[in-house]
Design a protein around this ligand. Sequence first.
Ligand code: ZN
Length: 349
Amino acid sequence: MRLSWAALAVCVPVFAAPTPPDKLTGPQPWLESSQQPAGDRVGQCAFDGDDTTSYKSAGPAKSGDTLTVELSEPVAVKELAVLTGEADGSAKLAAGALEVSVDGKAWEDVAKVDAGTAKTKLDGRQVKALRLKVTADGTDPLVVRELWLSSTPAVPRYSYPLDLLVDCQAADLKDWSVGMRRTVMTWWPFFCEMLASDGYRPARRIDMDIKEQDGVAATGGTHITGSAQWFRAHRDDVGAMIHESIHVIQHYPRYDPVWLVEGITDWARWWNYETLGHRPKPRPGGSYRDSYQRTGAFLDWIETHRAPGLTVKLSTAMRRNQYSPDVWARWTGADLDTLWAEYQASFAK
Ligand SMILES: [Zn+2]
């Protein structure tokens, strides 16, 4: 059977509606590019089931450059292919090979790139990792429109391609930052799916600096900064970076009302990502305007007792600049102060 690029768009599975990454079953991909991407043309764009999006390296393709997909478990591969170069036919890879590995360490060349593409049949061979390897220096960047594999079981493609580029300026936090990056990137599709709204596509690239500074972490647009002091003392607080990545997904035009923006973010973090034992226990008192965990706990109470799905509706309204205080009554049947009074009363029960 010949491989058909046209079939690509219809035959690839996508991540189902949010399943937490620790509950996903079957093989999961982990993609790395040896070179940083040009702009937001990140590596995962080459494994998203869409050959109109592509990875592009920041610099010219160099011998030894790779785009690697490692799988969480081996699969039986029937066919494997790669399509390189821009849609207009430029920047096709001149010299490269498709390689596979049974253990992610030792590699075997299974197909040579010819006229920018490579295809091969593997007849059900067990594969744990595959990669495209550049075999001669070029002058064009490496552009990969799609890596394609047909396997049993099937491997899901990236529904929300992302690269998180971490510049960790604290030598003692380098190892920590590698694990943190992997956790944030692994949870990214879950939060993108959870906070999805029609016509909205989340960013594909986040740049993060970890440096000596006060505070915990902050986000502006697609740029996150984290405090080395904080994470040195709180290595288990990866959730703080999850919180910041959720701000990137929110992409609200206004940071207003602040308490609601931060409440939605902390609800998403604490009541979805964090384990039950790590989650703050809701306490009475304060105000819904307290932001963060207090507002997040209030949102969770409304979700549970009044209006399931409210938080995502609020998030969509905020993203569209359509939030107003009257949405509470419209979507829950009670205004904000009444809801808060009910929530407070619930602690007495
Ligand atoms: Zn925040």
